[in-house]
Design a protein around this ligand. Structure first.
Ligand SMILES: O=P(O)(O)OC[C@H]1O[C@](O)(CO)[C@@H](O)[C@@H]1O
Length: 545
């Protein structure tokens, strides 16, 4: 199909010439072919033991084939029982790929990667008679996913539906979910390849099972990846992954442009639009590279005309997923399956250029630990909740040194100014990403008015994605947290907390860890979500005048 040719073009001539020596180095060291044959020594001795159990993703286009029949058989069975609504509970690598796959294929999938009680309640309010939930977790212990499992199991039971018949599990062998599935007799367990990390798992059971059950053409996805596999394994400067990694490496090292601003560009020639691809790439790049004070910060933007992309300055490299448009300095084309594999190769190669281990996520645990400790001390969770300022429906809280007095617009102006010119502003919304979807306009509004690169993440979703970079990458970010009042909270069965309390603990926990890293954190709590959001948008506009 036109527009589906896999390729990387470094559109910017200066970047292309700076990238050339990086590509030549990768070729001389035969990094691509060694990566394809799963050589764990490529990232140095310290990374070797982790890398030795993380490289099976290079051949998934072959090894995942047997899954296709299994998924199709289960889908047929479920449909014959009238079960055709698929809900997916999974965080980070356990939901980002299926979300892109189904969105690109235009098939419905309800994704739960939230602790927002309202969003989960809306998913529960769908037709349970027709619903199957896929509970996906590599570790089999992720608190958000386990909470969704508990909530749905109870809801099925309350509705007189045999819950075990409606729960499908994707997990690693031997995980707590694998054991639980056996004990509870869940409908089916897909055991994934343990030698593939979460963010490289798009073509494992984690990507294929939920997407395939929802009706996406997952066999075609593997064909697409297979079609580019030989090219990606070639030690050549024309290898698209070598080109992409070299361009990223050069931008980072030569220009201090550590930010990759990623926009999906609709194809003019009838190729597919990879909907939400930037959100998937965000986790891959941020968790893989953002550590030891270095890394590449992915900035997912709405489109090539958006602030941050169209007006990118020297600290950022605009990357088009699709044909080059506007300010794009790099363009990456190809079908979804091919691009999954291409970006994974490029990220692993970039890890070598940056001198980091692209397979660990050393700083993710800190936020989880802080949230757990707050859940264990409910008093602490309530304490410290006195706002410094209240402006209309917005309560203001700040970490040490952050200005929290005065009008909201003044507070925001001071906060944005505290970000270095070449730093970034991270907006982190612990809200309902469907009902409060308009919150996302803040990204463009802030980027446009401050001239600083601005990211947007839904909490706790981003904790399993860019959260690693925030703590481990270049320390030049400032963090705007948005939390909101919970009208109807949801109990998590057999747990001492509600979903709303968990959500609150996650926001506060991550805020604490960021503050411990010396990062400025401003938390705005919307006591009325709609009114507070409107005030916030107005204040951002005023702050930029
Ligand atoms: O699949 P799991 O084990 O639930 O983990 C979900 C996500 O959490 C992370 O470990 C980060 O918190 C990701 O790397 C992973 O994709």
């Amino acid at each position: 199909m036109a527009g589906e040719t896999t390729g990387v073009e470094i559109v910017d001539a200066a970047l292309a010439s700076e990238a050339a020596p990086f590509a030549e180095r990768l070729v001389a060291d035969q990094v691509a072919s060694k990566l394809a044959s799963q050589d764990a020594t490529l990232w140095g001795p310290e990374a070797e033991s982790e890398a030795s159990i993380r490289l099976s993703w290079t051949t998934l286009h072959k090894s995942s084939r047997p899954l296709i029949g299994e998924i199709e058989a289960l889908r047929t069975d479920l449909r014959s029982e009238g079960v055709d609504r698929v809900v997916l509970a999974g965080m980070g690598g356990s939901s980002l790929a299926p979300e892109v796959i189904t969105a690109t294929d235009g098939v419905p999938l309800t994704v739960l990667d939230t602790t927002d009680p309202g969003q989960v309640a809306d998913a529960l309010a769908g037709d349970l008679e027709r619903t199957v939930i896929v509970v996906s977790s590599k570790s089999g212990g992720t608190v958000e996913t386990d909470s969704h499992r508990r909530i749905f199991a109870k809801a099925f039971a309350d509705a007189g539906i045999d819950a075990a018949r409606r729960i499908v599990v994707v997990t690693d062998p031997g995980s707590p979910f694998a054991e639980l599935s056996e004990k509870e007799g869940y409908r089916k367990v897909f055991l994934a390849d343990p030698n593939v990390g979460g963010r490289y798992s798009a073509l494992t059971a984690f990507g294929l099972v939920p997407a395939g059950l929802a009706g996406a053409d997952v066999a075609r996805l593997l064909d697409q990846a297979a079609s580019v596999a030989d090219e990606l394994a070639a030690d050549s400067v024309d290898n698209p992954a070598v080109k992409l990694a070299a361009a990223w490496g050069a931008a980072h090292e030569k220009k201090g442009a550590e930010k990759l601003v990623i926009a999906t560009v609709p194809s003019k020639e009838g190729g597919s639009v990879l909907k939400g691809f930037a959100d998937w790439a965000e986790q891959l790049i941020a968790e893989s590279t953002g550590k030891q004070g270095t890394g590449l910060l992915p900035v997912a933007v709405e489109g090539p005309d958006s602030p941050g992309f169209a007006d990118a300055k020297g600290d950022a490299t605009p990357v088009a997923v699709g044909q080059a448009e506007g300010a794009a300095k790099i363009s990456v084309t190809g079908s979804l399956g091919a691009q999954f594999l291409l970006w994974e190769f490029a990220t692993a190669l970039a890890g070598r250029l940056l001198g980091i281990n692209p397979f660990d996520q050393p700083d993710v645990e800190a936020a989880k630990k802080a949230a757990r400790s707050l859940l264990d001390n409910p008093d602490k969770l309530k304490g410290g909740d006195e706002p410094s300022t209240v402006d209309g429906a917005v309560e203001v809280f700040g970490s040490e040194g952050v200005v929290t007095d005065g009008k909201l617009a003044d507070i925001l102006r001071a906060f944005f100014d505290s970000a270095p010119e070449t730093g970034y502003i991270a907006v982190q919304a612990y809200l309902d990403r469907l009902d409060d979807a308009s919150t996302a306009v803040l990204r463009g509004e802030i980027a446009k008015r401050t001239g600083r690169q601005t990211t947007f993440g839904w909490g706790p979703r981003f904790l399993h994605s860019t959260g690693q970079y925030h703590k481990g990458g270049h320390q030049n970010g400032v963090f705007l947290q948005i939390t909101g009042a919970v009208e109807d909270d949801l109990d998590v069965p057999d747990r001492p907390y509600t979903l709303g309390v968990l959500q609150h603990a996650q926001a506060l926990g991550d805020g604490q860890v960021l503050a411990e890293h010396g990062r400025p954190v401003l938390r705005l709590h919307l006591t009325d979500r709609a009114a507070g959001l409107a005030e916030l948008v107005r204040a951002v506009q005023e702050a930029g005048e």
